[in-house]
Write a protein that binds this ligand. Structure first.
Ligand code: NAD
Length: 318
């Protein structure tokens, strides 16, 4: 099996590559990553000498690079994206370029090379916010931020390559991930590392916005399950089943690190801040997949990882 992973030096991609090489030692992985601010070769330091792993520094928008790495590839798992909502609110241009145009370049090349499977990694944010209930795969997309809109655009484009050309596309949409190697601009690693540095943690608005949290290991196992069992031309929601307000998750982090609520600083709410994301994951559960990590244990272990791996995040915060 020759598998092309895009964005493999980011948070989820690096965890996915590590898991795949462990589970399938005979697979050959090619990791195409531009190494933007969010990409970090340290994320895969432990496997960089694995003979079944090849790293290519390059942009998914560059058709020449993409055509070269796509040769003889059996499957594509496409993670590469601009992924931070706040940055997209500052300027959406690079989000449209990478997430929409970059995805189109990959789809075109995958079609030219007759790949047997193209897994497009997406997010719960494409459905938009919901006060009550949960979104199923058949629900309409109502993204609100430039980030989620660019992801929704890439989902539609990916599915259009299936409908129009028969490209074997499958989409996964997952909830908020946490775990090791997450860039410390995202809520959980930002808060842990701020507290370790004796700094306050910024909570948007009232802190009552709700997210469903999943350990990155469960997201990776969900993607692998879909890769093997999912139907072509379909979408699969992947969720952790742990819905918490931002304030609740902050309180848990404070407690584990032995800090009190004076370390919270309430800041002006994010523009267009979605109130709640929630996924109905019945489809995947009926097929036999479920998350394995216990949320409380996974959060404690994640905090422990950042406590023990200052070498990894300190340079990123400077
Ligand atoms: P990340 O920001 O940590 O990593 C993104 C990676 O993509 C980086 O290594 C970066 O260098 C690379 N990249 C960016 N632009 C590129 C380009 N033009 N060419 C090649 N490589 C490029 O993101 P993440 O949190 O690991 O998310 C990975 C994917 O999963 C994204 O598609 C994201 O939308 C999706 N997702 C993330 C979450 C989450 O909670 N983090 C939840 C659901 C879905």
């Amino acid at each position: 099996m020759k598998m092309l992973i895009t964005g493999g030096c980011g948070f989820i991609g690096s965890n996915f590559i590590r898991n795949i090489l462990k589970k399938y030692p005979d697979y050959h992985i090619i990791n195409l990553d531009k190494l933007t601010y969010a990409g970090n070769s340290d994320n895969l330091k432990d496997i960089e000498n694995n003979p079944n792993y090849t790293f290519v520094k390059g942009d998914i928008c560059d058709i020449d690079v993409v055509s070269k790495v796509m040769q003889d590839v059996d499957q594509v798992v496409h993670f590469a994206a601009e992924s931070h909502v706040d940055r997209s609110i500052e300027d959406g241009s690079i989000f449209v370029k990478t997430n929409v145009l970059g995805t189109n370049t990959l789809l075109q090349s995958a079609l030219n090379n007759n790949v047997e499977r193209f897994i497009h990694i997406s997010t719960d944010e494409v459905y938009g916010s919901v006060k009550e209930g949960s979104f199923a795969e058949t629900d309409d997309l109502k993204p609100s931020s430039p980030y989620s809109s660019s992801k929704a655009g890439s989902d539609l484009l990916a599915m259009s390559y299936h409908s129009t050309y028969g490209l074997p596309v499958t989409i996964t949409r997952c909830t908020n991930n946490f775990g090791p190697y997450q860039y410390p601009e995202k809520l959980i690693p930002l808060f842990i590392t701020n507290l370790m540095e004796g700094k306050q943690v910024p909570i948007y608005g009232t802190g009552l916005n709700v997210r469903d949290w999943i350990h990155v290991g469960d997201h990776c196992s969900g993607i692998d399950f879909v890769r093997k069992n999912g139907n072509i031309g379909e979408v699969y929601n992947i969720g952790g089943g742990s819905e918490l307000t931002n304030l609740e998750i902050t309180r848990r982090i404070l407690e584990i690190l032995g800090k009190d609520e004076t370390m919270i600083r309430y800041v002006e709410d994010r523009k267009g801040h979605d109130f709640r994301y929630s996924l109905d994951c019945t489809k995947l559960k009926k097929m036999g997949w479920k998350p394995e990590y216990d949320f409380e244990t996974a959060l404690s272990n994640t905090i422990k990882w950042y406590v023990e791996n200052r070498w990894w995040w300190e340079p990123l915060k400077q």
